[in-house]
Ligand binder design. Structure first.
Ligand code: SF4
Ligand code: SF4
Length: 296
């Protein structure tokens, strides 16, 4: 039987064109040499996938530290992956600031974008224009926002402006204990009916998780970790003994806090809720969570 793997790729990129104040990569730039290293690492990763047997089933989520899609090598490598028979899904987290012509080179049914709206960095109308282009181009995408109270009006306006068929998520702000009042929670839940799922910290120590068995975090050198949150290395993607590194491992962290982690805990059943949209964060029922489908 071939490999059945979800790969969470995070290469050497550590830079972004936006300046969100809570983010360590804000307005950071990298030298041409560093960016070239990122490009080579990405090419190696994609080449490895393309050389896998057609019987494999591989899904990829790019979770860069910074913004990747402003670099043409991410655009072209993602397009390459979408045409690969053993790849089922290619998704990427992005601030959606890039030009969008590259999506036309993709096999669109396999592409998914996890887009985040940063109201301090971009005008809402511009962000919505980018969303419109994705809708016209028939690209699957989710839209989200960090659930800061100061951004609630923007989050509401975003929800209102997008068709109901587009899922708008709100990431709970968890750095401050008891940040939300019950009124805040009600208002964010009105925007994102699944806000309550994200507004939790899940106890995970000793709990089963697909990370380490069928979900892996991969860095630019191919080093494997079960997820982005447990630093222990469990193998290397480019070594021949890869399959021996894959087995069920109970979680060794006390808690799991992020969507890209806890969705892989079987006890939460979120793989069923999100189905084929798990990586780009689109629930199966997103069309049914709301009613209309027109862009306001
Ligand atoms: S867009 Fe994302 S990566 Fe860039 S500064 Fe903002 S939070 Fe950080
Ligand atoms: S529960 Fe979260 S922290 Fe634990 S292994 Fe799974 S993804 Fe990693």
């Amino acid at each position: 039987m071939g490999l059945d793997l979800t790969l969470l790729y995070r290469g050497p990129l550590v830079s972004c064109n936006y300046g969100c104040e809570y983010c360590p990569f804000a307005k950071r730039s990298q030298t041409a040499t560093e960016l070239n290293q990122d490009r080579q690492a990405l090419k190696r990763f994609v080449d490895w996938i393309l050389q896998r047997p057609a019987g494999d089933r591989i899904r990829v989520l790019f979770t860069p530290w910074g913004e990747a899609l402003i670099h043409p090598w991410y655009q072209s490598e993602i397009a390459r992956l979408t045409h690969c028979p053993q790849v089922e899904k290619v998704a990427i987290q992005t601030n959606l600031s890039c030009a969008l012509g590259w999506v036309e080179a993709c096999h669109k049914p396999k592409l998914g974008l996890w887009t985040t709206y940063h109201p301090v960095e971009v005008k809402r109308q511009h962000f919505l224009q980018q969303c419109r282009r994705l809708i016209e181009g028939q690209i699957r995408f989710s839209v989200g926002i960090v659930g800061l109270k100061a951004h609630r009006a923007e989050a509401q306006a975003l929800r209102q402006a997008l068709p109901d068929s587009i899922y708008v998520w709100v990431n709970a702000y968890k750095r401050q204990a008891d940040y939300y009042t019950s009124e805040d929670i009600a208002q964010f839940t009105a925007i994102d009916p699944l806000f309550g799922i994200n507004n939790q910290v899940y106890p995970s120590l000793g709990h089963p998780c697909r990370a380490g068995e069928s979900v892996l975090s991969v860095d630019g050198e191919g080093n494997l970790r079960r997820c982005h949150f447990i630093p222990e290395q469990i193998g290397n993607l480019y070594q021949p003994d890869l399959e021996q590194a894959l087995y069920a491992r109970p979680c060794t962290n006390a808690t799991c806090r992020c969507h890209i982690g806890y969705v892989h805990m079987p006890e939460l059943g979120l793989d069923q809720m999100f189905g084929t949209g798990l990586l780009e964060r689109i629930p199966e029922a997103s069309g049914r969570l709301f009613a209309s489908t027109t862009l306001n």
